[in-house]
Design a protein around this ligand. Structure first.
Ligand SMILES: Cc1cc2nc3c(=O)[nH]c(=O)nc-3n(C[C@H](O)[C@H](O)[C@H](O)COP(=O)(O)O)c2cc1C
Length: 184
């Protein structure tokens, strides 16, 4: 059955590895689930205010003030499933991602989520950290994938790579296909 899948690029950097990793996820989804409706939210450009909400989300579910957070709430609520594409920053996830999660509450409850972490050292910390956070807010993490950036042709200074497409020839491709199957 076709699904509405939200792919969340959790890097705050423009022109980042995250763009390539997100494209990889979207392409793999489209190749395997052509009927899915796939939406990308890029936290590098998606506007989420830091100080606009007066209420504690869990104490006032859905009572948002800012139009941006209302739109974000609708984006998550309307998705059948979410794929979080997240880089490791200082042994955890980027702050913008934590903020995006914290702004909402009941929207995450029962939501099926796949975590795709990447970093040069193998996303060893960010995958469990992200899983813990999403579990805390009630999401159901159905699969986790830790991608070692160098395998994908990572370039350390910019994070960009000309060879990222080579991921299609690695074990990571099969692991991603399996992970995405848990959402269907
Ligand atoms: C602030 C910051 C902290 C980082 N900390 C780590 C780290 O703890 N472990 C790691 O393996 N890579 C770390 N890196 C490297 C990133 O994981 C790597 O550059 C990744 O490709 C960044 O993804 P992005 O370009 O999509 O933001 C860090 C990068 C930044 C910008």
């Amino acid at each position: 059955m076709s699904k509405k899948v939200l792919v969340l690029k959790a890097s705050p950097r423009k022109q980042s590895t995250g763009e390539l990793a997100t494209k990889w996820v979207v392409d793999t989804l489209k190749a395997n689930y052509a009927d899915d409706q796939v939406t990308v939210v890029d936290l590098a450009t998606y506007s989420l205010p830091w100080n606009a909400e007066p209420y504690v989300p869990a104490a006032a579910p859905g009572e948002y003030v800012s139009e941006e957070v209302k739109a974000w709430s609708k984006e998550v609520s309307s998705a059948d499933a979410v794929v979080v594409v997240v880089p490791e920053y200082n042994s955890s996830y980027p702050g913008v991602f934590k903020h995006a999660v914290d702004l909402l509450s009941t929207e995450w409850a029962g939501k099926k989520v796949v975590v795709v972490g990447y970093s040069p050292s193998g996303a060893f910390y960010v995958v469990p950290e992200t899983t813990n956070l999403l579990t805390k807010v009630g999401a159901q993490v159905t699969a986790k994938l830790a991608v070692q950036s160098y395998v994908l042709g990572y370039e350390p200074k910019t994070g960009l790579s000309k060879d990222f497409a080579n991921v299609a020839n690695t074990d990571a491709q099969g692991n991603l296909v399996f992970a995405l199957s848990t959402l269907h």
